[in-house]
Design a protein around this ligand. Structure first.
Ligand code: B12
Ligand code: SF4
Ligand code: SF4
Length: 345
């Protein structure tokens, strides 16, 4: 649901301790408890820490995923592989990997009104990249005040060449379910992830004790996926995934797949909606920025979108939200599909 097209731009705003030759960096220690306190003050709901080791199993799975072309036309994800696999290539003297999470859950209405298209939960309010960027800057400011001496950080949300879910699992934030989602103990899978790589030493968390259980024999998400995109546990074929097809704007969407979108016009929550770990944990977000009232909302009026006159009108509707991503023609294509699906229901 993201691209590294914007990666350079995003990197340029990454806070990066300036001009300290790596070999002069002092060893700095921060307690795990203090970090979590600072993360909470900065507005993050969950936080975990791990060491910057490589993750051979995840590397293997990622490589296999690319070999199977499950990334579709997201060519950017096949780049920077060595950096993606090794945090030290992203920050040479990295000592700790901090993973942060924010709950964005909000309930759905009982049904989709006629003539409307459904927007997935994560995209109803403001664009999370911007919101998390502000919170990350706030946390870095607090860290810099707390720890004296020279230290360096690099941080991303989503865009970076970084395996967010596997490191989140290793940092004890939750476990990766058969739907591929990182499922936290506190909020289920309705969390955005982001990370800070830092030269500060922080006592790591342990991979989760999984007190909230694993998938076991459950396969509700696999069976519920309208397009059979979960091809095996933890493996999603983007070519079939409604999220990819409606957000990343691939050149063509086969009719056979489009007919399974139902009313979805941006993203898809199907494999999360059915997860029993979510049902018992979903709590409405306390971050008003993600609230549907502060963005495009839960539904789009299909005809209104199709009648948008130009780019300016498109931006008036979508600016500051994730819905700018498929551009005007992509969003219109999605709405055309939803309208056709409504007629053929
Ligand atoms: C590309 C991408 C997509 C693509 C591909 C999805 C996919 N499953 O890979 C598309 C566009 C389809 C997509 C869709 C969505 N995405 Co997306 N996406 C990403 C992105 C940018 C990269 C993910 C990636 O590397 N995929 C490649 C696969 C191979 O890697 P992976 O899914 O992380 O899987 C690893 C583990 O499962 C691991 N693994 C470890 N042990 C084992 C063992 C076995 C046996 C196996 C098989 C695998 C395995 O191997 C894999 C590789 O390391 C991340 C951000 C990031 N930088 O990580 C966000 C991210 C994963 N997306 C996110 C979200 C919210 C979504 C959607 C829910 C959006 C929506 N509502 O429409 C859907 C969910 C679809 C789904 N079920 O995964 C969140 C997930 C948060 C969470 N709690 O998990 C992320 C982390 C963004 C963020 N910063 O919050 N996404
Ligand atoms: S996001 Fe939707 S289409 Fe993609 S794997 Fe989940 S249920 Fe299937
Ligand atoms: S729906 Fe079932 S199989 Fe899928 S992630 Fe949740 S617990 Fe695991």
């Amino acid at each position: 649901m993201s691209s590294e097209n914007n990666y350079v731009g995003f990197l340029s705003i990454i806070f990066f301790g300036i001009g300290t030759p790596t070999n002069y960096i002092n060893s700095m220690i921060l307690t795990n408890t203090k970090l979590k306190e600072l993360a909470q003050l900065a507005g993050f709901d969950i936080c975990g820490v791990t060491t910057p080791d490589r993750l051979p199993e995840s590397e293997k799975q990622f490589t296999k995923w690319l070999e199977n072309s499950y990334h579709g036309q997201m060519e950017w994800i096949a780049k920077n592989q060595s950096r993606r696999f090794d945090p030290k290539e992203l920050l040479e003297s990295v000592k700790s990997v901090i993973i942060l999470g924010i709950n964005y859950y909000q309930p759905n209405s009982e049904s989709v009104p006629k003539g409307k298209g459904l927007v997935s939960r994560y995209a109803r309010g403001k664009d999370y990249h911007k919101i998390i960027r502000k919170k990350s800057e706030g946390l870095l400011y607090r860290l810099d005040k707390e720890i004296s001496g020279d230290h360096q950080h690099k941080w991303w949300v989503d865009y970076g060449p970084f395996l967010e879910r596997p490191y989140a699992e290793k940092a004890g934030l939750g476990y990766i379910g058969k739907n591929g989602m990182l499922i936290s103990k506190q909020f289920g899978s309705w969390v955005f992830l982001s990370e800070i790589l830092t030269t500060i030493e922080i006592e790591p968390d342990q991979p989760t004790d999984l007190e909230h259980g694993k998938c076991g024999s459950c396969r509700l998400c696999i069976d519920a996926c309208p397009t059979d995109a979960i091809v095996s546990p933890r493996v999603v074929d983007s070519n079939k995934c409604i999220s990819y097809l409606t957000i990343e704007r691939p050149a063509t969407i086969p009719d056979k797949l489009a007919s399974k979108f139902g009313a979805m016009v941006f993203g898809c929550d199907g494999c999360q909606d059915v997860c029993p770990h979510n049902l018992s944990r979903q709590l409405s977000t306390t971050h008003k920025e993600f609230d549907y009232k502060n963005g495009v909302g839960e539904f789009l009026d299909l005809k209104e979108v199709l009648n948008l006159k130009d780019r300016e009108a498109f931006l008036k509707l979508t600016a500051g939200t994730p819905l700018t991503r498929p551009k005007e023609d992509g969003l219109k294509r999605n709405c055309t599909i939803a309208l056709k699906n409504e007629v053929e229901k």
